[in-house]
Design a protein around this ligand. Structure first.
Ligand code: NAD
Ligand code: 0WE
Length: 258
């Protein structure tokens, strides 16, 4: 298939080959898209440059989503590389302080509450705003972000990240309304647990995975490639009348009450 032939995509959130963003990027590249990447921090720069070069990326650039000046520069570089046009945006970024993903949500201090919301939710709003003129110039666009059930239900230890995902989920709907008039769609994929860099370090992740398999209707894990396929659908013209929604890639887990 080459659903993305001639499409230009910016991918934010690749850290390594296990990243969900990388599974999405690979899928887009396989189907013909041209890809630009942002990464955060010198520690992962080498990784990301190597992955990006394997898909012939013309642009790999640093971006800390907390910094307005980084976002401004990145979208300037994208405009420069692609004649002022952008078709697709993948937002796959989240962060909360490690100490807030264990223990009691009640104990989250003010500064770290806003840190999680800033990086994990406001960054989508800021990126969408910066992408809007470039997508409008391309005649429309599609934006996909990554969410998790912990933004809708209390998942023990997900804590402040759950509050950040609830903010992200609501932002998807408001962005869908605002950007819809320029034929820009905004959707989320809600993934079940995947063993990425962000997930591996979480206390009790292994137990959570076993519980997931017992309770999910399909009684199995999902992987990053499953998420890549779902995100690619939402990014493609197959989903031209789909916006403001969440697609669950969780083996049916969200449908259960026990
Ligand atoms: P990952 O660690 O590979 O990706 C997270 C990315 O966020 C990293 O690339 C990291 O560099 C980036 N990031 C963190 N702070 C940043 C900042 N200030 N500026 C720019 N980038 C920053 O892990 P992942 O599991 O692939 O996570 C990607 C997305 O998927 C996240 O939104 C996560 O909440 C979501 N998600 C993950 C799972 C899972 O089980 N792994 C399930 C559902 C949703
Ligand atoms: O969104 C996530 C995890 C995002 C994440 C992970 C980390 C680990 C390292 C955000 N910030 C950090 N900060 C760090 O220092 N997921 C959906 C995966 C996840 O995380 C959990 C989960 C699941 C699922 C935490 C507790 C309970 C379940």
């Amino acid at each position: 298939m080459s659903r993305f032939a001639g499409k230009r995509a910016l991918v934010m959130g690749v850290a390594n080959k296990r990243s969900i963003a990388w599974a999405i990027a690979r899928r887009l590249a396989d189907e013909g898209a041209e890809l630009a990447f942002t990464f955060q921090g010198e520690r992962i720069e080498g990784n990301v440059r190597e992955l990006a070069s394997s898909v012939g990326s013309p642009l790999v650039t640093p971006c800390d989503v907390r910094a307005d000046e980084d976002l401004e520069r990145v979208f300037g570089e994208v405009a420069e590389a692609w004649d002022g046009r952008l078709d697709l945006l993948v937002h796959s970024v989240a962060f909360a302080a490690a100490e807030d993903l264990e223990g009691r949500f009640t104990d989250t201090p003010r500064d770290r509450f806003w840190l999680a919301v800033d990086i994990s939710a406001y960054s989508l709003v800021a990126a969408a705003r910066a992408a809007e003129p470039l997508m409008a110039a391309a005649g429309g666009g599609s934006i996909v972000t990554m969410t998790y059930l912990g933004g809708e239900r209390a998942v023990p230890h997900y804590n402040v990240m759950g509050v950040a995902k609830a903010t992200l989920d609501a932002s998807v709907k408001y962005l869908a309304w605002d950007l819809g008039e320029r034929d820009i769609r905004v959707n989320a994929v809600s993934a079940g647990p995947v063993r990425t860099l962000a997930a591996r370090s979480i206390a009790g992740f292994t137990e959570m995975e076993s519980m997931f398999v017992e309770r999910a209707p399909l009684r199995r894990h999902i992987d990053a490639d499953d998420v890549g396929a779902a995100a690619a659908y939402l990014l493609s013209d197959d989903a031209k009348n789909v916006t403001g929604t969440t697609l669950y890639v969780d083996a049916g887990y969200h449908a259960m009450g026990m």
